[in-house]
Ligand binder design. Sequence first.
Ligand code: GZL
Length: 311
Amino acid sequence: TAALFASTALAALPAAAETVGFAQIGSESGWRAAETTVTRQEAEKRGHDLKFADAQQKQENQIKAVKTFIAQGVDAILLAPVVATGWDQVLQEAKEAEIPVVLLDRQVDSSEDLYLTAVGSDLEHEGRVAGEWLVQQVGDRTCNVVELQGTTGSSPAIKRKAGFEAGIAGHDNITITRSQTADFTRTKGKEVMESFLKAEGGDEICALYAHNDDMAVGAIQAIKEAGKKPGTDILVVSIDAVPDIFQAMAAGEANATVELTPNMAGPAFDALEAYWKNGTVPPKFIQTESKLYTQADDPQAIYESKKDLGY
Ligand code: GZL
């Protein structure tokens, strides 16, 4: 009985504090800042020691951070890969050091045996939802769309573009007339939208599709400075569901967003804790929900509910 009691007691003990390295992209958007906030909160709540590295959106800095975590002998690495290619070598080094890697919010082209699992949304579906929303908004009306792409070579930029095109496929009245990266930032979103407005003239543009809300918020500023009404003269649809897009919606200056949860760390830590404790191997992709929000969804109330979550 004593032995049984001892083993049961031991099994019930919380896992020793694990050390986790987090190679974050940077703080290019409100959503990214929220993901960092939530990851720190989740680590704290679960008693893990989080080592944080901000790569200022540069892949070489992320690779350096992962190598440092390997040298420090961390128990796991969280990586939000800024672009999809160029990870094989450093992921191979982590594998050889027997350190599990969990990808957050973006994916890589590397073989899936080089990481434990990837936590993220269906990026192509997000783009498709945005395209389908525009289709039902414009009906048969001719609609020239301008597109602000995310970071070139990132899985969200590639897949959100493809998804949107699939969403509008078969509706020849809707055409993407200009498409350029604005690197997921507000500043560049404003700059590139200004160039679109100069090139096309505001009257020609029926809608803006931005791969994230931050670029849309920057573009909204440019549209207003050009004397046009965002949300009516130019429809605005984007992705992330950050507080500021709901503020814009409440002002009638944005129309729709597809929600991306900033809590990728919860599912990531759940998978790691099962792996550390019982050797449980998770599925290679753990999908988070995507939900469309429009002006009909009480944007002011949603803004209030999200504004203190670390965006
Ligand atoms: C998408 C994520 C994107 C967000 C942007 O999964 O990687 O990165 O949509 C962020 O806000 O820059």
